[in-house]
Design a protein around this ligand. Structure first.
Ligand code: BGC
Ligand code: CA
Length: 412
């Protein structure tokens, strides 16, 4: 009798542990859905995509935005502003429209594209290996730098020179890039030595742009342009901030989690994206493109200026066409590990993450958010100690070259 009970107990224990093992071990970490976002796996000097990382498994994707389309918009936005305000823009009346440029991360595709977009539109770009040179120039008040040239603008029959007076990668001493505080200091330094020459301030993002605006350009009424359409930047347009670009973070945050949801549900990847799901979620072609070869979804950008900023005052609001709750019985809760490369990054922390937090509820995903220090990959990977605990992963690298630091953990 006793023996029988013992055997039954053993069977029950084994049965339980067998099931536990089966449900947890069913999918190997290397086969779980993986999405890269915001920093596209790529070579930080050549920009070449890291296809090994982008096709790590059948359920791997990248979600970002169309960097070239956005960069072109940013450049055009600045140019349009100069043309429309030509009578007042040249503050010292020397016939030179001088601008300074805050560069985010010299090895980040988005940053490179924005630097090129601005130089292209203003005619200050020079060729390097078949593309516009995106190197910072340091200081160039005399126009002698070789990484840029003086541009010329013909407006109402008058010819103006456009000069990139200074540009610099905004990286702090600890190594964090896109650093807003560094940009605030830089404008202080620039303004104190050649402030009267600065007619326009341009930044690769709003975090740095707003820092420069608050430190100097607001008081000096110098138009300042950024990128991201963060709430504070959009609100500042009423106070003289020149404009910004929305990279449709509302669409990107949705796509970031939606591709994981679809892979976890085992449905066609286009579900709720190009093809309406049963809840009615669907995106139209004017807000994103999918490049199958690159396994990448790119949201499209929109310029935000004095003309239309009222429509962009809440950057954390879910995008209406994809705001319908999924039914939990057909889309059961799943757990996702997700990191933000730098918890201090304005765009990611004030716009992107709040959006993700709105969508995770709608998509029945329990997301664990990890905030990195923006400096080392290990600060983040250290917190991915047990990948088996999660059903899927969403990764935002510190450096675009470092995909293997993450995939090696999933391969173990
Ligand atoms: C954003 C920046 C941000 C960077 C971080 C870019 O797409 O525009 O604001 O700092 O991503 O990777
Ligand atoms: Ca001038």
């Amino acid at each position: 009798m006793k023996k029988k009970v013992f055997l039954l107990t053993m069977a029950a224990v084994m049965g339980l542990s067998m099931t536990a093992y089966a449900s947890e071990g069913e999918v190997a970490n290397k086969d779980k859905p993986l999405v890269w976002f915001n920093r596209q796996p790529s070579n930080s000097s050549t920009g070449e995509l890291d296809m090994a990382a982008l096709s790590f498994n059948d359920d791997t994707y990248y979600v970002g935005f169309d960097a070239n389309q956005g960069a072109e918009l940013q450049g055009t936005m600045v140019l349009d502003y100069i043309e429309a305000n030509i009578d007042t823009i040249d503050r010292n009346g020397d016939g030179i429209i001088g601008y300074v440029l805050a560069i985010g991360d010299i090895g980040h595709n988005d940053s490179i594209a924005r630097t090129r977009g601005v130089r292209k539109a203003l005619g200050t770009g020079v060729d390097k290996d078949g593309d516009i040179n995106s190197d910072p120039v340091g200081t160039n008040t005399d126009g002698s730098a070789t990484a840029v040239q003086d541009g010329t603008l013909e407006i109402n029959g008058t010819t103006y020179t456009v000069r990139e007076l200074a540009s610099q990668e905004m990286k702090n001493s600890a190594g964090a890039t896109w650093d807003a505080a560094t940009a605030g200091n830089a404008i202080g330094t620039w303004a104190s030595s050649f402030g009267d020459q600065i007619d326009v301030v341009v930044s690769n993002n709003d975090g740095m742009g707003m820092s420069m605006f608050n430190a100097w350009s607001k008081d000096n009424q110098v138009p300042t342009f950024g990128y991201d359409a963060n709430n504070d930047a959009v609100a500042a347009i009423a106070e003289g901030y020149g404009g910004t670009i929305s990279q449709h973070a509302d669409v990107q945050a949705y796509l970031t989690l939606r591709v994981l949801r679809n892979a976890l549900d085992g449905v066609d990847i286009d579900t709720g994206i190009g093809t309406a799901d049963e809840a009615g979620n669907v995106l139209s072609e004017d807000v994103y493109v999918y490049n199958e070869e690159e396994r990448s979804y790119y949201a499209l950008n929109v310029a935000v200026t004095a003309d239309n900023y009222q429509e962009f005052t809440d950057s954390t609001k879910v995008y209406e066409p994809v705001s319908n709750q999924l039914d939990e019985s057909s889309h059961p809760r799943k757990s996702v590990w997700l990191n933000i490369y730098n918890a201090a990054d304005n765009f990611l922390s004030s716009t992107y993450q709040p959006l993700l937090q709105n969508y995770d509820d709608l998509l029945n995903l329990d997301v664990e958010y990890i905030g990195g220090d923006g400096q080392t990959e290990s600060n983040i990977t250290n917190r991915l100690g047990n990948p088996s605990q999660y059903d899927a992963f969403a990764i935002n690298m510190v450096k675009t070259d470092n995909a293997a630091s993450y995939t090696s953990l999933l391969n173990q």
